[in-house]
Design a protein around this ligand. Sequence first.
Ligand code: UD1
Length: 367
Amino acid sequence: MLRVINVVGARPNFMKVAPIVAAMKRRPTRFQPLVVHTGQHYDAAMSDSFFRDLDLPQPDIHLGVGSASHAAQTAAVMERFEPVVLHEKPDWVLVVGDVNSTIACALVCVKLGIKVAHVEAGLRSRDRTMPEEINRLLTDQIADLLFTPSPDADENLIAEGIPRERIRFVGNVMIDSLQKNLKVASALPTREQLGLNGTDYALLTLHRPSNVDLRESFERILDALEAVATKLPIVFPVHPRTRKTIAELGLSERVASIKDLRTVDPLGYLDFLNLSSRARLVLTDSGGIQEETTALGIPCLTLRENTERPITVELGTNIVVGTDTTKIISAAMTALNNSTRKDLRQPPLWDGQTSERILDALEEYAL
Ligand code: UD1
């Protein structure tokens, strides 16, 4: 029996951990899963609703760290996670993604000699100003098992000197959640409730510090959105960080003045999937949404200068456009005018079975 602590901290972790915990519950004689929530995200809309939507069991342990500077938040997770590991004595700790909770918990484990596995290992933007890039690099250096979502991730790890035997290419676990929930999400009345007409809308998310914490980049993006919104309504679920910086940068009136830029509170997993699966265009600076739109075949413009998920550009629907106003407008117009959809090509092993492969690998490792 493998006793596994599954760590969740922030919004993009929940849809990665839910299928893994569900798969462990399907192998009750071999896995004993525990869920530890660090509390990095704590709002109902950023956390609680995801447990409901994804059928993720309530956390066995909640560390309640909340928001703080990166150092303070990472340190708080470490301080509170260490006694949990000492008490629970897990065989494995499983961390996912690239948030501060990921590196904090991985670091606690290696110092205690507890085995740690990293799901979504090996992704690299090569932009070390991104907090997530540092979290990814460091977590991959210290974790015992690295579960990769795409072949480029394996190549990155090998180039960094990670021994091959620590790497397992298992595919993208977010797609397990997407496939499981698409039908239920599609049947929800989300679009009707937002007064959207058919599929004639775009969907926008923005939360990267490099976009929303700086007035110049935020204004360049707003200028582009103003032009795109003359063509079709843009639904914009606003991340708490973004809501805060809109107010701090004095941009509230500007945002409100853009006709048909429809700001709403952050959406739950199913409501967001309802919207993303039928949008004509998605504009985002999120990593996971680049992957979901590729799986769904929905055109995606990434409002960043780089991506750690190049497979979504090579095989999928993603275009990395940056934050230049003219480039965003031009890419959006091209996407909207192009009615022929790219052939839907799924990256290898984005097949809904990734969580099973992760469990197989954990069992095999134990032999
Ligand atoms: C974090 C992750 C990022 C991920 C994003 C998804 C890191 C370094 N960043 O960024 O990789 O893409 O989550 O959402 O781990 N806040 C609330 N309520 C909450 C959570 C946050 O109001 O439930 C506000 C607080 O003002 C906080 C700010 O949002 O200071 C930023 O939160 P934080 O967890 O530091 O980073 P995110 O920008 O959410």
